[in-house]
Design a protein around this ligand. Structure first.
Ligand code: AHG
Ligand code: MN
Ligand code: MN
Length: 335
């Protein structure tokens, strides 16, 4: 009989490598997987359940909130609030740190999430996702977690992952021991290991960027994007352009095929658009574990010490050589 490795089994086997592991982390991931199955089910059924469209409010970043953003946020919170594994949560959809309700025990872990990434695509049935990032707390055990727990540099993450609600639902995660992808089998509702030990090619063919921002960019970014479109067989140009507008989906494709995703700073968005804590950091941990690279143009994403919960960062992420090259442009060492 073929060996089926479920997500739970994979986590249990990974945890065995850590002497003293209590099973708390395994339980946290199980709670998280349950939330993800609910979000996946509702994303697939969205048109039928009447949960498409605007929720009629804006979030702390001033973006229109969709009904599925709200649903995904509440699902994550409710699946994770009572397990006793967490001391605080942070979400794109909540301005302040989210406390664990008083009636539940307080744990040693910290989670940050983007409950629904790519929400502008929801109503058009285009793939969206969920992103999460987990840390060990830095404040004293047994007390409620604080902003300090949420503002750790990405290099302290102990787990990061994302889910793509695509033609199938896939969960990709790392605990610092490679990157592993699981496909949700809808017939029995389990995540099954389908992509063990994913590695990104050191150089890719794809570049993903919202080029409508071209006029707002610095010259170095304009030059880089111009460069990747020029014809030069020896250096594999032109590269191929692919941009979905859901970072999770753009990232996932580039992870498997090789390439670079960039969301630079611009005159329109001086700090870039993407959020460090629950978009850039988890993806940076994953890409490094897959042999790739993530940079803000000048430094490693994982080395940034966050100052604010919803802080933004420019992001250049993907195949190592492609990210190295855009950094060269930024430093003025090219063409
Ligand atoms: P979110 O839906 O969580 O707000 O994130 C949207 C992000 C990201 O998924 C995507 O890559 C980017 O915004 C797209 O931005 P543009 O529409 O400016 O290209
Ligand atoms: Mn997002
Ligand atoms: Mn979102």
């Amino acid at each position: 009989m073929q060996k089926i490795v479920t997500l739970t089994r994979h986590i249990i086997e990974e945890q065995r490598r850590h002497p003293g592991a209590t099973g708390e982390f395994t339980n946290l991931i199980n709670d998280l997987a349950f939330a993800i199955k609910l979000i996946s089910y509702n994303t697939n059924k969205a048109g039928l359940l009447g949960v498409l469209g605007e929720a009629g409010k804006t979030n702390v970043q001033g973006e229109n909130v969709k009904k599925l953003d709200v649903f995904a946020h509440e699902t994550m919170f409710r699946a994770l609030d009572h397990g006793g594994h967490l001391c605080v949560m942070g979400s794109e959809e909540e301005e302040h740190p989210i406390a664990i309700p008083k009636q539940f025990p307080i744990g040693k872990y910290v989670i940050l999430f983007d409950p629904l990434d790519g929400s502008s695509n929801i109503d058009a049935n285009v793939s969206v996702g969920t992103i999460f990032s987990i840390y060990r707390r830095v404040t004293p055990d047994g007390t409620p977690g604080t902003l300090e727990d949420l503002l750790q540099p990405g290099s302290s993450q102990i787990c990061a992952g994302y889910v793509v609600y695509g033609s199938s639902t896939m969960l990709v995660y790392t605990t610092g021991n490679g990157v592993h992808g699981f496909t949700l089998d809808p017939s029995y509702g389990e995540f099954v290991l389908s992509h063990p030990d994913i590695k990104i090619p050191s150089k890719g063919k794809i570049y993903s960027v919202n080029e409508s921002n071209f006029d707002y960019w610095d010259n170095s970014i304009k030059q880089y994007v111009h460069y990747v479109k020029q014809i030069d067989e020896a250096t594999g140009r032109p590269m191929n352009s692919r941009y979905i507008g859901s970072m999770v989906s753009d990232f996932h494709r580039n992870l498997l095929y090789g390439g670079i995703f960039l969301y630079p700073a611009s005159r329109r968005a001086p700090q870039g658009k993407l959020r460090l804590a629950y978009e850039a950091n988890p993806m940076a941990f994953i890409i490094e574990q897959a042999g790739g690279k993530a940079s803000d143009g000048a430094q490693r994403i994982l080395d940034i010490v966050p100052e604010k919960l919803h802080q933004r960062t420019p992001l250049f992420i993907g195949s190592r050589e492609d990210v190295d090259l855009v950094e060269k442009f930024i430093r003025g060492e090219m063409p």
